[in-house]
Ligand binder design. Structure first.
Ligand code: TXA
Ligand code: MG
Length: 323
């Protein structure tokens, strides 16, 4: 049963409790309704992908209460300082390098060492972030491939049954997702156009006396560095080659099992009980561990294609793709 509650002190407290318990909550932002989970809890984030029925793990935006929190999670750069000062809180998402102690789950950033951060302006979102006290990972609250929701009723129509609570904060002002800008280098790179326009960004950087040529994400297949994940064949690429549908490790390989046939306690196992949500939550961490442990390569057991298995296999295939 999905509850739909108007924003109030009580409903916000309830939502924050659900997030603390690893559950999902849909909440309003000024752009679209988000489907939120504790960004540091890999299992909760895996539940987002399950509810959205996303066939692949696109990296998610972590929503935070203020700039200080954002820059404790993602490394501040001069570009980020200027853009955050101008547009936060608001419909702008900055891509930054993870800080060394960043507690955000690797599934939230789909295994990347860059994370997406946004300080939303909507009063309901801000109240939720304040009550919860940590970063909230949230994609738009619609099943994959469906239209983004700009009203609580849209979320109820699309997702009821999958989530315990929808916070109703009325219609979103913008209805258009946030602008996404990679600020990790010397020039801003526009990864997704949105509410904050190109000319607004240019003017801000110009006024701050900074390089203000905004680069566009390189087109797919251009051979330039991969910064626009999701669309790319090999976006999370381990150092070592990855072998799919393996049932044991060859010499020099590190094995990642799935299900009870591989649960000896020492071998890495995505989920010894065969739980796909648990497997999704473990996927990127185990790929990192296996990549550092192995000598020649990583061998991964077959994962069923059902439910979240589709997204898990999508990522495994990309990681195994020739590069
Ligand atoms: O307005 C919005 O941004 C809404 C509300 C809920 O905040 N959220 C949203 O999330 O649109 P989603 O998951 O639909 O879009 C996230 C975007 C994708 O284009 C994704 O590729 C990009 O952010 N992104 C996330 N993490 C990234 C990363 N580490 N590097 C590059 N791009 C990233
Ligand atoms: Mg979306």
């Amino acid at each position: 049963m999905t509850e739909c509650l108007t924003i109030s002190t009580e409903s916000i407290a309830k939502a924050a409790d659900l997030l603390r318990g690893g559950q999902l909550v849909a909440f309003p932002t000024e752009t679209v309704y988000g489907l939120g989970a504790d960004a540091c809890d890999a299992a909760a984030v895996a539940a987002i992908f399950a509810a959205k029925q996303r066939p692949s793990f696109n990296p998610l935006i972590s929503h935070v209460a203020d700039q200080a929190t954002a820059f404790s999670l993602g490394a501040e750069t001069p570009l980020a300082t200027a853009l955050a000062a101008a547009f936060w809180p608001g419909p702008l998402t900055l891509i930054l390098q993870r800080t060394p102690d960043c507690p955000i789950a690797s599934l939230t950033s789909a295994g990347l060492d860059k994370i997406a951060l946004r300080v939303p302006a909507h009063a309901g979102a801000r109240a939720l972030l304040a009550a919860f006290g940590g970063p909230v990972a949230a994609p738009s609250a619609n099943p994959s491939g469906r239209i983004s929701p700009s009203r609580a009723a849209h979320v109820m129509a699309l997702m009821a049954g999958d989530i315990p609570l929808v916070l109703d904060g009325g219609a979103c002002i913008s209805g258009l997702e946030s602008t996404v800008i990679d600020c990790t280098g010397d020039s801003a790179i526009l990864l997704r156009p949105g509410g904050v326009t190109r000319s607004m960004v240019t003017k801000t950087l110009q006024a701050a006396g900074m390089a203000h040529d905004i680069m566009d994400a390189p087109p797919i297949g251009s051979g330039q560095s991969p910064i626009s994940p999701g669309q790319l064949e090999s976006h999370y690429a381990p150092q070592h080659p990855l072998r799919l549908n393996a049932n044991r490790a060859e010499d020099g390989e590190c094995f990642i099992g799935f299900g009870d046939s591989h649960s000896d306690g020492k071998t890495l196992n995505l989920s010894s009980s065969g739980d796909l949500v648990e497997a999704a939550a473990n996927l990127f961490d185990m790929l990192h561990i296996a990549d550092s442990r192995c000598k020649t390569g990583i061998a991964v057991a077959p994962v069923p294609q059902a439910g979240l298995g589709e997204a898990i296999n999508d990522r495994l295939q990309r990681a195994a793709a020739p590069r």
